[in-house]
Write a protein that binds this ligand. Sequence first.
Ligand code: CP3
Length: 373
Amino acid sequence: MATGPDRKLLRALSGEALSPPPAWVMRQAGRYLPEYRATRAEAGSFLDLCYSPDFAVEVTLQPIRRFGFDGAILFSDILVVPHALGQDVRFVEGEGPRLDALTGRAAFDRLREAGDPAIFTHLAPVFETVGRLRAELPPETTLLGFCGAPWTVASYMIGGRGTPDLAPARALAEADTALVDALIDRLVTVQTEYLVRQFEAGADAVQIFESHAGVLPAARPPTAGTVEPVGDVAESALPGGSEDALTRWSLKPIARMVAGVRARVPGAKIIVFARGSGLDGHARVIPETGADAVGVDWAVDLKALRARLPARTVTQGNLHPETLIAGGDALDAAVDAVRAATAGLPHVFNLGHGITPQTPVAHVERMLARLRG
Ligand code: CP3
């Protein structure tokens, strides 16, 4: 039987312990790279970059050419989905995303229905980018697609922007639970289809970004008793057998997506990154969502997490982006610490959040040299 190309990242996601572990970096195509800044300037706006397959393919390939990462992540943004649903989305230079905030039922009713084919016409350039990437990437490079988790995307749609504590989303989840449930449902349905189409276009695996899991214990359903706003998520389970906020708003909707994707793409490999959910939250991601791998943020003690997970569990992460900025011996030590915490276990090397624009390129080289020894 013919064997396919040797994609190490995909093997790790299937549970193989590899030494050195395969590596990629969240936001690896970004402003720390001079070639990204040049293409970005040529493309015009950030959304033009996302929707032009020529440019999106180019910036996705840039970090692969430079560093030979084991994984390439599709260049796009989690907010192209609200845009495809008909919400106004802009990226303001130096400030980040701005959306026309979804504050009530009327705004929700203006969104496209889940079955509206215009959603996927809007997203067609993304699928073209994926297909061209699979053709142009080295055969051994794993191609990752992605989307945002429903709660994280909903929080931007409701707040209209990134807000530190997601107050608008949490307030609406309490004031009009049915509306936020309907929004989450819409995102589950549309994004399940979105991920399936990324697989069909050539993605080898996908990551679901739950970047805003951290505020969830406070975003309890109205039937909830008193829940401590932060702290040990596992112990904030609601009285009366009711589920806690992390499960209700994050892990359950993600689980529906995972099951929905697998029903259409058997064996689909899925990573879930649940940033800010703490040691307990991270430990619950795979059992509660059915994901293949848990993306670990930098605040979690990787060794402690591994001690709580079965040995076959696949982890990804979690070097602190600031340690990468610092470089030097501290960087070497941090790389070694990730290796030590995951020795003999299936792991994908990555940062614990996205690489930042001020990161020196030489530090990325040093990190990979240390990793690959
Ligand atoms: O990882 C990659 O290289 C792939 C591309 C990618 C981008 N955004 C490109 C991007 C991915 C996977 C994302 C995901 C994303 N987008 C998340 C989840 C991950 C996380 O960081 O927590 C979130 C919350 C967003 C929304 C978003 N997009 C914000 C808050 C911002 C502004 C912050 C910033 O760094 O400016 C963006 C813009 C954005 N998305 C940039 C890039 C490279 C920078 C835009 C630019 O070039 O001007």
